[in-house]
Design a binder for this molecule. Structure first.
Ligand SMILES: C[S@@+](CC[C@H](N)C(=O)[O-])C[C@H]1O[C@@H](n2cnc3c(N)ncnc32)[C@H](O)[C@@H]1O
Length: 290
């Protein structure tokens, strides 16, 4: 798959951070909606199993991590984007929360993390484009969990069939604009507009983000593409999580947690309780700091 685009997350977050004063006041509403969303589902399940340490491993600028922390979860954040985790730490401080962040690709978590975790949240696993990367990421998660811990992620659930997943994407596609100006922001002598262009193929949607930047009277363009695959089925998740070592995969439904107060469904992969424990209590009691 040589034509798979590599998303430049540093670029995306550089421009999101540029306008952070624009969204800082209402990001909680955007992430939690009426029902609390996936942040609430993850926090609830973590508390239910008595998780002492949790990780939001696709934290970006830390918006969901901050929401989870404010729900009373002892959560750290990590992301592959160095720019994102640096500014996530800054935002968490501005918002008055005490959260540790570190940079890591999912596959490399075991060597970058400060200690093992009881619960890991990933809201971007379905956007991995290749089987190999998905497998390596799941192995990374497995080895980052304590025995009895879980990974929560979003994707095709136990009742979905692959045709239906495709159909859902097509249905959404038909009601969405293909091109639009997302936002414009000016700060001093610099302004930036974000334009989004979407293209659908048989089994994925590509979102191209174009940033039109004007600085010192000079206009330039930066762009990157985010691919959203539609091909990962429940059977893929079953096979891959089992291959990575997880003992059980299930879909859990949370009634009324959705953006509009409706139900949401999340996938949860469990690491068996009697795996060899590698709990470093000293490290767990002294959370990682940069
Ligand atoms: C859709 S964004 C999630 C944003 C964030 N959860 C939020 O709600 O604001 C997906 C994130 O996953 C990260 N990511 C994607 N693939 C990754 C990988 N293999 N390892 C680590 N991070 C990855 C990206 O850097 C990006 O920040």
């Amino acid at each position: 798959m040589s034509d798979v685009p590599v998303t430049d997350w540093d670029m995306i977050y550089r421009w999101e951070w540029f306008r952070h004063e624009d969204w800082r006041h209402d990001f909680r509403d955007a992430k939690l909606g009426q029902g609390g969303g996936t942040c609430r589902a993850f926090t609830d399940l973590s508390k239910l199993i008595g998780a002492e340490v949790a990780l939001d491993c696709s934290c970006g600028l830390g918006l969901k991590t901050i929401c989870m922390s404010e729900m009373g979860l002892n959560v750290s954040g990590s992301d592959g984007s160095g720019f994102a985790v640096k500014h996530a730490a800054e935002l968490a401080k501005l918002e008055g929360t005490n959260i540790s962040f570190f940079q890591s690709k999912w596959a490399n978590l075991p060597k970058n993390m400060p200690h093992h975790f009881d619960a890991i949240f990933c809201d971007a696993l379905s956007s991995v484009t290749t089987w190999d990367e998905l497998g390596a990421s799941l192995v990374g998660f497995y080895h980052s969990l304590n025995p009895g811990g879980f990974l929560m992620f979003m994707g095709a659930g136990d009742e979905s069939d692959p045709e239906e997943e495709h159909w859902k994407q097509h249905e959404e596609w038909d009601t969405q604009p293909r091109e639009y100006a997302d936002w414009f922001y000016r700060d001093g002598g610099v302004s930036c507009s974000k334009v989004v262009q979407k293209r659908k193929s048989e089994d994925y949607i590509d979102e191209r983000y174009l940033y039109v930047i004007c600085e010192n009277q000079i206009t330039r363009l930066e762009s990157t593409t985010y691919r959203r695959p539609a091909y990962w089925s429940w059977q893929h998740w079953k096979d891959l999580t089992q291959m990575a070592g997880f003992c059980h995969l299930e879909t859990r439904t949370y009634e009324r947690y959705g953006y509009d107060g409706g139900p949401i469904r999340v996938n949860v992969a469990w690491k068996e309780k009697n795996g060899a424990p590698r709990v470093d209590h000293a490290a767990r009691n002294a959370p990682y700091s940069e």
